[in-house]
Design a protein around this ligand. Structure first.
Ligand code: PLP
Length: 362
């Protein structure tokens, strides 16, 4: 057992009671708990609709289908993100055009215009590690070139950009409830948020065999639904999300104070209210430090060790991949330290003391 794990899910009596309630309800798929979860998610994001699905990857695929993404169309997306960010568009035949990062690890907005071609249809910022991308500039460019914006909010549920909740600004946004995320359903799950009635309606149909009602199949769809037990668990987590996000911010501030001058701490823009899904430091001694911390029972992670434009699945597909120097250097140096809402500052101090020890400062 690790002394300090990288992340940990909220598992209290409230969660257990919610799961039991759903188990005993006699309804297991897309019923009352899912409907309530959708209403609560939409209210939390500040959008008209939330549509839950079996994962974010599934939801994003349904969203691309609902928006009629076509083969050959191009989407500007950071390379430095979880691989599933780009899978759904590729399944639609569209092409990810990879953009380098800025110092916050989000897509560098100053590189977007040069990457736009006649085939570009949209921009997909990823609010990586919980830090919002530079949305004002992204929308300026989107408006100028008539492109849509989809926000990948898998790591940033509840984060704010200039006071606006991420996921409420683009045509649609995606959330993941995978166990490592800030809000989890103790398994796979995800949702799409949107203000667009037609897109919402189409995703609802597509996720459930193209059904308009029980016996009418308006479209040829899929089975990418969420179940009641997980929705009931997610509803509990959502009630605690803002408080747990605030705790993450306090933990990040404590790390910042302790680690300043020892390693490169994560920058936060003045307009950002990050939810610190990850607390990512940088050091040229990354692998050595990770090993040292592991020996002290401290869980660390690398998000991510290989940039997507260098993944074998991608280099096999495209022969015009760009060079992204900042991304390629970052993946060598980044290290994610333990962070989750219930992590104690004592444990944070233990991590920081160990890092000081590694650098021989004690
Ligand atoms: C986790 C994650 C996904 C995928 O979400 P799933 O629910 O696991 O499909 C996509 N994008 C980002 C940025 C993620 O962190």
């Amino acid at each position: 057992m690790e002394k300090v794990p990288l992340s940990k899910c909220l598992l209290n009596d409230e969660v257990k009671q919610a799961a039991m309630r759903a188990l005993e309800s006699g309804w297991y798929i897309l019923a009352k708990e899912c409907e309530a979860f959708e209403r609560e998610l939409a209210a939390h994001t500040g959008t008209k609709h939330a549509i839950v699905s079996s994962s974010l990857t599934a939801g994003m695929f349904l969203l691309h289908k609902a928006m009629d993404l076509k083969p050959g169309e191009e989407i500007l997306v950071p390379s430095h993100t979880a691989f599933p960010s780009i899978e759904p568009m590729i399944h639609c035949g569209a092409k990810p055009v990879f953009i380098d990062i800025d110092e916050t690890y989000c897509m560098d907005v100053e590189l977007l215009e040069a990457a736009i071609t006649s085939r570009t249809v949209g921009l997909m910022p990823v609010h990586l590690y919980g830090h919002p991308a530079n949305m004002e500039r992204i929308f300026e460019i989107a408006r100028k070139h008539r492109l849509w914006v989809i926000e990948d909010c898998a790591q940033a549920q509840g984060a704010k950009y200039k006071g606006k909740t991420v996921g409420s600004m683009g045509v649609a946004s995606g959330y993941s409830f995978f166990p490592s995320k800030n809000l989890t359903v103790m398994g796979d799950g995800g949702c799409i948020c949107t203000n667009d009635d037609a897109i919402a309606e189409k995703i609802r149909m597509l996720r459930n065999h193209g059904r308009k009602d029980k016996y009418t199949h308006e479209l040829v769809g899929y089975n990418l639904r969420m179940n009641e037990i997980q929705a009931a668990i997610g509803r509990v987590g959502l009630r605690h999300l803002d408080a747990l996000n605030e705790r993450r911010r306090a933990i990040a501030a404590h790390y910042n104070r302790r680690l300043k001058g020892i390693v490169k701490t994560p920058p936060e823009q003045s307009w950002s209210r990050s939810v610190y899904h990850m607390y990512v430091i940088r050091t040229e001694l990354r692998n050595e430090l990770a090993k040292f911390l592991q020996q002290r029972g401290i869980g660390t992670g690398i998000h991510y060790p290989t940039a997507n434009h260098q993944q074998p699945a991608i280099t096999k597909l495209y022969n015009d991949l760009p060079k992204l120097p900042k991304t390629e250097q970052a993946v060598q140096e980044i290290l994610s330290l333990p962070i989750f809402g219930e992590l104690s500052l004592n444990d944070v101090d233990y991590v920081c003391n160990s890092i000081e020890e590694f650098y021989g400062k004690k």
